[in-house]
Design a binder for this molecule. Structure first.
Ligand code: ADP
Ligand code: MN
Length: 358
């Protein structure tokens, strides 16, 4: 088992609770979570593969227990062994030979690696339980990241009265009410020379939760997407930004169709948009993709085994869109599609269509 000491703080979370972690290579994203979120990942992978394609790859669970012995490499080996049906020793050797746990990490879809899940039951949330996911921002040189929280009602049926009132106020005062989404947070790279009060030490402009809560409304919310997509200082001009918008739109269209065909309720889930924020790197990645068109599609769609193996050599990353945050999500057979989440996806699509000139 990995210990807490093997993990480092994940510095690219744009919204949500503190306490997210990653491994030193930045390939894994680890989030303290509830058993309900893990259950939703497991049931999605097992029974809703079309939807699971848009979730970050679910790699397993960990307990962030200080006393636990072992290392993150051991966890990688356990997952890989499970995936390939080998012994943990063989998997360890394979990882060492590849130099990194990524070597043959279980990226295949529709498998549920059942690693270490000593879930404690009881009324209280188990705070040392964590979900291990693919880090959606890995592989980008300067990832621009946007968290768009979906829905109108933001609380699940089990929420206490106090939370219902508090969240209904957020809905009422933000774009959730009319558009079915709000900008929860984002970070946008501002080029190599940027400095200033709103710029972090890496050169990112950070838009925190107050931005979407208090500065944006249904009339100006498109400005957030403009700020996200077009940053001249980073070398992302209108032409490039529009291409990214088109790429996002293609995925949103698929996500909308998947949601419309299934019966789920997701309260406070998000769309996580990531794209290459370094203009020259983005342009280069797009040029490479246009030479071999298969790499233009969102990283892990429709991947055959062989394509998975080529993941590392598939060319530089352009963008990805994921649905995340399933602490209050469930499948609801017989109750119909999640119309609020669909409204949110549609509203974002309309804004991107306008920005892309479609
Ligand atoms: P919370 O319940 O605290 O809101 P989220 O699942 O929304 O947790 O995650 C919080 C933040 O962490 C997100 O806004 C996003 O920036 C980042 N994040 C979540 N999942 C991933 C992932 N798989 N890869 C990269 N970043 C992620
Ligand atoms: Mn969240």
């Amino acid at each position: 088992l990995p210990t807490r000491a093997d993990l480092i703080d994940y510095n690219y979370a744009v919204a949500g609770h503190d306490g997210t972690l990653c491994d030193v290579d930045g390939e894994l994203f680890i989030k303290p979570c509830t058993p309900a979120e893990i259950a939703f990942y497991e049931s999605s992978v097992a029974s809703h593969p079309d939807f699971a394609d848009f979730m970050p790859t679910f790699l397993g669970t960990l307990t962030l227990d200080e006393q636990t012995n072992g290392s993150i490499e051991d966890a990688g080996a356990a997952l890989l062994a499970q995936h390939n049906g080998t012994t943990v020793e063989e998997a360890s050797a394979a990882i060492l030979a590849n130099g990194t746990a990524r070597g043959g990490f279980p990226v295949a879809k529709h498998t549920v690696p059942e690693v270490v899940v000593p879930v404690k039951t009881g009324k209280r949330i188990v705070t040392n339980l964590a979900v291990v996911l693919e880090n959606a921002a890995h592989g980008f040189i300067k990832p621009n990241i946007l968290d768009v929280k979906l829905g109108i009602r933001l609380w699940a049926d089990d929420a206490p009265e106090e939370k219902r009132i508090r969240f209904d106020k957020v809905t009422e005062e933000t774009t959730h009410k009319d558009l079915g989404f709000r900008v929860a947070g984002m970070r946008v790279w501002q080029g190599p020379n940027a400095t200033g009060p709103e710029i972090d030490e890496e050169g990112y402009k950070v838009f925190n939760k107050d931005y979407g809560r208090f500065s944006l409304n249904k009339h100006n919310v498109h400005e957030a997407f403009e700020n996200f997509l077009f940053s001249e200082l980073a070398g992302i001009d209108e032409e490039l930004g529009k291409l990214v918008a088109q790429a996002f739109l293609a995925d949103l269209d698929k996500i909308e169709k998947v949601l419309a065909g299934q019966e789920s309720r997701m309260y406070s889930a998000s769309l996580l948009f990531v794209f290459e924020g370094d203009g020259p790197a983005l342009r280069n990645a797009m040029e490479e993709a246009s030479r071999s068109p298969s790499t233009l599609v969102n990283g892990d769609e429709e991947n055959s085994e062989e394509e998975d193996d080529e993941d590392e050599t598939a060319g530089p990353k352009i963008y990805t869109v994921k649905v995340i945050d399933f602490a209050h999500a469930e499948w609801v057979p017989g109750k119909g599609p999640d119309t609020s989440a669909i409204l949110g996806v549609r509203s974002v699509s309309k804004i991107l269509e306008n920005l892309a000139g479609i």
